[in-house]
Design a binder for this molecule. Sequence first.
Ligand SMILES: C[S@@+](CC[C@H](N)C(=O)[O-])C[C@H]1O[C@@H](n2cnc3c(N)ncnc32)[C@H](O)[C@@H]1O
Length: 337
Amino acid sequence: MEPLTTSEALEKPAIRIESHLGEAEERSLAEDVLDGLTRPFKELPPKHFYDSRGAELFDRICELPEYYPTRAERTILTQSADEIARLTAAVELVELGSGTAAKTRVLLDALHTAGTLRRYVPVDVTESMVRACARELTGEYPGLEVHGVIGDFERHLDRVPPATGPRIVAFLGGTIGNFPPGSRRRVLREIAHLLGPGDHLLMGTDLVKDPNVLEAAYDDAQGVTAEFNRNVLRVLNRELDADFDPDDFEHVALFDREHEWIEMRLRSRREHTTLVRELDLCVHFDAGEELRTEISAKFTPERLEGDLATAGLSLVRWLTDPDGLFALTLSRRAELS
Ligand SMILES: C[S@@+](CC[C@H](N)C(=O)[O-])C[C@H]1O[C@@H](n2cnc3c(N)ncnc32)[C@H](O)[C@@H]1O
């Protein structure tokens, strides 16, 4: 398919944004807090880190010397983008958890150069990110249409617009690792259903490695990751009228060798009780008690291929960086191949 000409681009609105968040999202935060903070081992899902401050902090994390995943994934993309463009001939790129789409440009460049790129569909819970990246990308790629979906990829995949031709669904940054094994397979199965016969999933996953390297990546010397971790408490204060003092909590990052995942936790420095007014909920913390805020699973090639197979996906390419730190996989729906 030919890229849009400038006159076509002027006639067609290049940006369309749909938001599926709002009251329902507030409900989901409230449900997650009610469920997670009343368990014997307290826990919150990581998607609530990402208000606009959380998204900015994550961007700073990506630049940190200890945080190798972003650099490694970018290296793989740079090495392989032309091959991916050739193999997929994609006219559109759907990106789940798109953030600032910083690395995505490498892929967009390759598809643009190949002359196939027409549409980019970023899907993210952070509204400001989706809007900013739609503005920037339509400026950077003449003729590109952006159909932004402000939503939760666990609940709103049915709002992703129908494909207009062969597409890549990209799920970068190792975000799939934030799900424990059971829900990871469910999410992967749901994502697989976005794929038609000519479509591919391009997914970034972090690999198992020296625990010291892993732990340093989630506990940097400048304390940016600690601030990102505590940001979830600020989100609860603002959205649910809670009265957490983020300084009451210390950042903890540890590699769980049995499950092969990093856990980020917030450890209460003192015994105290917090009130979450919107939920009429008192939450008691013992001194030293920990609240789990994120898991980030690290993969072996075997485990990843097993997860893909369980989701009905078959591997087309396994791509890694020269140091073998991170992997990008290109896969397709097995039954459609
Ligand atoms: C680890 S960051 C990765 C960002 C970017 N893809 C990258 O590779 O640098 C996770 C991104 O996913 C978004 N996100 C997390 N959970 C989400 C969910 N359930 N639905 C939609 N977006 C989500 C966050 O807002 C954030 O932009």
